[in-house]
Design a protein around this ligand. Structure first.
Ligand code: SF4
Length: 309
């Protein structure tokens, strides 16, 4: 799948093409959690919006059970895929009561009698730990963690198959993050959900994902089962990201081990391996040859050295 944007910059307002997602292909089996990690600007949020159907791809498609999202109307898509966004402060309408916010997707579908809608809303709120008394409140009367619980209830009230979680804990206090992650893990087990889980935080991804894709300048450079990736990272970028977790402030999200501080420009992708200007293991050929996706022992690695490893 590909997604390009035109970006205007400079005094002359010249147009540049940014390839935010540049040839990403994956299949996500039902019930699994794919964690997508990478630095800010690597394309992971664009990928999330493509999967949610909020953006059309420039090329390629998203299929669920063999059916293209592009062929579905908005209500059908909403029954299949729902989002949980980063910021529970801006994602809830401040002028609506909690029960109305959670009931909105049901009302938009319009196929349940009002009384059944209310039952479904209260059942889902109870499931995420929001009491019937809190259901009558406005978002401003709830804490950040409670608001994110409401956002999760709203995402699940239609019983979707797939939930796209875009940094769902990063705006929350550290003490609340684990509670929300545990809730998401529990709901996945109980309801048989499939998650695409976007995060810059490797510790969060390790906690919840069953498989992990590492994204760099619009591509998956490594994709592996979670334990394999954390025990034996194969791509030099994955190795650097994991090393950055050991630095005093891993939440900065910027790896600082062996990469220097050259920030990649997605409108100016280097030739050859796109990671070569920052790669501690680069050889001469890396500036000339784009590596293939090497698939081996259930993992995918995009590095010339993976061929000989
Ligand atoms: Fe590094 Fe070369 Fe592998 Fe790219 S292909 S990740 S530059 S070693």
């Amino acid at each position: 799948m590909y997604r390009e944007f035109q970006q205007r910059s400079g005094m002359m307002r010249t147009s540049r093409t940014v390839r935010a997602v540049d040839g990403v292909t994956f299949a996500l089996p039902a019930g699994e959690v794919l964690g997508v990690v990478g630095e800010s600007g690597c394309g992971k949020s664009t990928l999330a919006r493509l999967i949610m159907g909020l953006l059309p791809p420039s090329a390629g498609e998203v299929r669920v059970d063999g059916r293209s999202l592009a062929g579905m109307d908005r209500r059908e898509r909403a029954r299949l895929i729902q989002p949980v966004f980063q910021d529970p402060y801006s994602s809830l309408n401040p002028r609506q009561r909690i029960r109305d916010i959670v009931g909105l997707p049901l009302a938009a579908q319009g196929d349940l009698p009002k009384a059944r809608q209310v039952d479904r809303v209260m059942e889902m709120l109870a499931r995420v730990g929001i009491s019937s008394e809190m259901a009558e409140r406005m978002p401003a009367q709830l804490s950040g963690g409670q608001r994110q619980r409401v956002a999760i209830a709203r995402a699940l009230v239609l019983h979707p198959r797939i939930v796209v979680c875009d940094e769902p804990t990063s705006a929350l206090d550290v003490s609340v993050q684990a509670q929300i992650l545990n809730l998401l893990a529990e709901l996945r087990r109980e309801l048989g959900l499939t998650y695409l889980f976007i995060s810059h935080n490797l510790a969060v991804v390790e906690h919840i994902a069953t498989e992990v894709a590492v994204m760099y300048l619009g591509r998956f450079v490594e994709h592996a089962p979670v334990q394999d990736l954390f025990r034996t990272p194969a791509h030099p970028y994955t190795q650097a990201l994991l090393a950055s977790v050991l630095t005093p402030d891993p939440d900065l999200g910027i790896p600082d081990v062996g990469l220097g501080d050259t920030y990649p420009d997605p409108a100016n992708i280097p030739p050859g391996c796109r990671f070569h200007p920052r790669c501690p293991q680069a050889i001469d050929q890396c500036a000339l040859t784009m590596p293939d996706n090497i698939r081996r022992h259930g993992r995918l690695v995009e590095c010339l050295l993976a061929v000989t490893a």
